[in-house]
Design a protein. Structure first.
Length: 132
């Protein structure tokens, strides 16, 4: 139980650093420092077993931090790796949202709209399952 608590505290700290980084202007030293600290805090968590629910949230925060640092190539690779783990639908949707943000940063509007349409279709399927 102590191990689970420690992982959750580390996840919350990493998330807090990401939120702090978002509050600073893009490219500023403060943003880079906060997001780098987030990545360092999340590093031990992103290698956890896929059965650990902390893994998926840590990976989403890690992806977000890389995107906010402008490291879209790294963020994109991490999104692909996350999707290969077959995460729960809510995590998969969040990863797709990050993928849309990466595409927008790259100004790949065609890919953005294709992913958006897939996400929209996937969302309708999930809503239908929840109503059934």
């Amino acid at each position: 139980q102590l191990g689970a608590l420690q992982k959750n505290v580390a996840l919350r700290r990493g998330s807090a650093y990401c939120q702090q980084g978002r509050s600073y202007p893009a490219g500023s030293a403060d943003r880079i420092a906060a997001l780098t600290q987030a990545l360092q805090t999340l590093e031990p968590l992103v290698g956890l077993d896929p059965s650990d629910p902390v893994l998926f949230m840590a990976r989403l925060e890690e992806i977000s931090a890389h995107r906010l640092l402008g490291e879209v190539g790294i963020a994109d690779r991490k999104i692909q790796a996350l999707q290969q783990l077959m995460p729960p639908p809510s995590v998969s949707l969040a990863a797709r949202a990050e993928q849309l943000r990466v595409l927008l940063l790259r100004q790949q509007l065609c890919g953005f709209f294709q992913t958006f349409l897939v996400l929209r279709h996937f969302d309708r399927i999930e809503v239908g399952k929840q109503l059934a």
